[in-house]
Design a protein around this ligand. Structure first.
Ligand SMILES: *Cc1c(COP(=O)(O)O)cnc(C)c1O
Length: 359
């Protein structure tokens, strides 16, 4: 059997969820969209079932998968519905629903739903992607209320620059709406939960946070951060060395001969490639750990294999365990090296079996 696999530590997931809740003092929707960022949405939801205030996913397909697996409790659709027909299922399964645009509001007005919907009304506070313009926000709120089909309305927005720690702009437009409407509020994703714990003075019990990335134990920041350093990595992607050869200085390794040995080099071949989701653009020097010792990727990543430098690890050989990312090699460090973000490192994972350590 091919030795590549991803170990998922569900206790670490629970730890990180608790950290999100305790550090914010707010209720927390565990964001498990995109199959829990590659970690397996159903298993992650089950692991959090007794502690989570609710879950958030990107679309009704993801929400239905959770309900079918027996997940109870609130599930928020982060982009609401894509077609008005989904409203019947939203009503039936009691999904919570973001409303971010005029046609969704009108679809609710026209719909025949009877049970009061829980709506998270989204303001565009500067991202300029989705959400109501601040000047139309209060109007949208009142119009939703007037439909008679909506119970609770949570005021919501999403930051475009939450990961820039020095960019703690207070969202003034949102703050005005909050004061005018006096409802529950949700603003913060992982970077804002970790980075701006004191920014929002309103009673935190009236507040919802939406941790995604931090649940999986990765930092969204490129610099050291005290709170983020308390996160525990959930996913460990590992494989084994399947072949070793010693090459003299001057010999190339891998496709395109992009790496040329600077000295006599022991090259280890690892059963892991970009078809598993390892970033193809990770350059020579990207950290990996072999039998617990740090070394570096060398040469180009290919579809099913990659090569690592074993020159300074004389005890390593065929069968040695290789950690591509996990508790020793942080996914965020691999991401930085490959000029991407840990979000994408996780979401790209494929082909490898996920093995869970139970709660
Ligand atoms: C994905 C998402 C989140 C989670 O963001 P992280 O940075 O992963 O914590 C929160 N809110 C919304 C609206 C999202 O789409």
């Amino acid at each position: 059997m091919r030795p590549a696999r991803a170990l998922i530590d569900l206790n670490a997931l629970r730890h990180n969820y608790q950290l999100a809740r305790e550090s914010s003092g707010a209720r927390a929707l565990a964001v498990i969209k995109a199959d829990a960022y590659g970690h397996g949405a159903v298993r992650c939801a089950q692991a959090l079932q007794d502690i989570a205030d609710g879950y958030a996913v990107a679309c009704i397909e993801e929400a239905l998968q959770l309900r079918e697996a027996g997940i109870r409790g609130p599930i928020l659709l982060l982009e609401g519905f894509f077609e008005a027909e989904e409203l019947a299922l939203i009503e039936q399964h009691e999904f919570w629903c973001v409303v971010h645009t005029q046609w969704q509001l009108e679809a609710i007005e026209r719909s025949s739903v009877k049970a009061p919907l829980t709506v998270w009304l989204k303001m565009d506070s500067g991202m300029h992607r989705v959400g109501f313009h601040p000047e139309q926000y209060e109007g949208a709120y009142k119009r939703l209320q007037a439909t008679g089909k909506v119970g609770k309305i949570v005021l919501m927005s999403h930051f475009s620059r939450a990961d820039e720690l020095d960019c703690a702009r207070s969202e003034e437009a949102f703050e005005q709406a909050r004061q005018a409407l006096n409802a529950e509020v949700s603003l913060r994703n992982s970077p804002a939960i970790l980075g701006w714990p004191q920014l929002f003075p309103q009673p935190q019990s009236n507040n919802w946070v939406r941790p995604g990335l931090m649940l999986y134990g990765a930092t969204p920041f490129e610099v050291e951060h005290a709170l983020a350093s308390q996160l525990q990595p959930v996913m460990t992607v590992e494989s084994k060395i399947i072949s070793v050869r010693e090459l003299p200085a001057g010999e190339p390794v891998g496709y395109g001969g992009k790496f040329v040995c600077e000295r006599t080099t022991r090259v280890g071949v690892v059963a892991m490639g970009y078809a598993d989701g390892y970033p193809r653009h990770a350059p020579t020097g990207t950290p990996v750990a072999v039998d617990g010792q740090l070394t570096r990727l060398i040469g180009r990543v290919s579809m099913d294999m990659l090569t690592v430098d074993l020159t300074d690890l004389p005890d390593a050989g065929v069968g040695s365990r290789v950690e591509l990312w996990g508790k020793q090699v942080l996914a965020s460090d691999v991401a930085m090296s490959a000029q991407t973000i840990p979000y994408q490192i996780f979401c790209n994972l494929r082909r490898v079996p996920l093995l869970y350590t139970d709660v």
